[in-house]
Ligand binder design. Structure first.
Ligand code: KMH
Ligand code: ZN
Length: 272
């Protein structure tokens, strides 16, 4: 079986003070994405930062980042519409107008650490419709069991004309499901049979839950959005060691790592 490895080089929260190797500016992100691609990643999940390293949905920064990535490699770009807790939903939603191959769709509002992650039902429907009309494939971000039901309702209402459905099971965000094997198995059992899914394991359980996800037939995501460490007291030096670890895990479990063409096929994206 071939598995898709997604690199998530930068999230909305960590700073260079937390780990100086975190890429934040467009050329840094593009260089990290290239390194991850060369190691086996075929999807790049992208958050953007402004000149002050704050999360932003600025479309010029997004466009520039996408161009720098495309100059370097043919990795599939998935823009985050989560962006960051401080950025209004409407600005986040406008990112899909850049027509990346994929973008995330977060179906529900929730507490997110000490903040609030606002995804009101009406606006989520508008964003889903926009993604459907622009043919931007949604990755459905499921932080709790009810988020799956909300996503399936969107499908039933015709907002997700995308085959297969693609889910991220997010574990370890404070406000969502805890990062435990039991929670992962519960979610995997509930996900529709033909859907594609990966684990996003935030924090300390990143390695073990990524491994369990791969063993259960899922894809994998790796990168500094989800953990800044390779182990206790061992900060990672950039994204590459995390991506290489996910590739090693997949291969040790007997999988092959999908190339871009195989990733397009697996995710139901148009062939070039
Ligand atoms: N930050 C992760 C917990 C998104 O960017 O839209 C989930 C995520 C979702 O990556
Ligand atoms: Zn993200």
């Amino acid at each position: 079986m071939s598995v898709v490895i997604t690199v998530a080089p930068t999230g909305p929260l960590a700073t260079k003070a937390d780990n100086p190797t975190l890429p934040t500016q467009p050329p840094e992100i593009a260089d990290e994405v290239l390194r991850a691609y060369q190691a086996g990643a075929t999807v790049a999940h992208i958050h953007l930062r402004d000149e002050d390293d704050q999360p932003t949905a600025d479309r010029d920064i997004a466009r520039r980042t996408m161009e720098l990535i495309a100059e370097r490699c043919d990795i599939l770009v998935q823009l985050s519409t989560g962006v960051g807790l401080s950025v209004p939903f409407e600005e986040r939603a406008r990112l899909v107008d850049l027509r990346p191959a994929m973008a995330t769709l977060n179906p529900c509002s929730m507490s997110f650490g000490d903040g609030e992650f606002l995804n009101p039902p009406r606006k989520v429907r508008e964003l889903a419709a926009r993604m459907r009309d622009l043919e931007v494939k949604p990755e459905l971000e499921i932080y709790d069991t009810g988020h799956l039901e909300a996503a399936l309702r969107l499908r039933d209402e015709g907002y997700l004309r995308t085959d297969p459905l693609q889910f991220s099971i997010v574990l370890g965000v404070r406000g969502g499901m805890a990062a435990t094997p039991e929670n992962l198995i519960t979610m995997v059992r509930r996900i529709p049979e033909n859907a594609v899914w990966q684990v996003i394991a935030v924090g300390r359980a990143n390695l073990s839950l990524t491994g369990i996800g791969l063993a259960l037939g899922g894809n994998a995501r790796a990168g500094m959005e989800d953990t800044l460490h390779l182990g206790p007291g061992a900060p990672t030096k950039g994204n590459l060691p995390l991506v290489e670890r996910a590739v090693r895990l997949a291969e040790d479990l007997g999988h092959t790592v999908a190339d871009v063409a195989q990733t397009r096929e697996a995710l139901g994206l148009p062939r070039l």
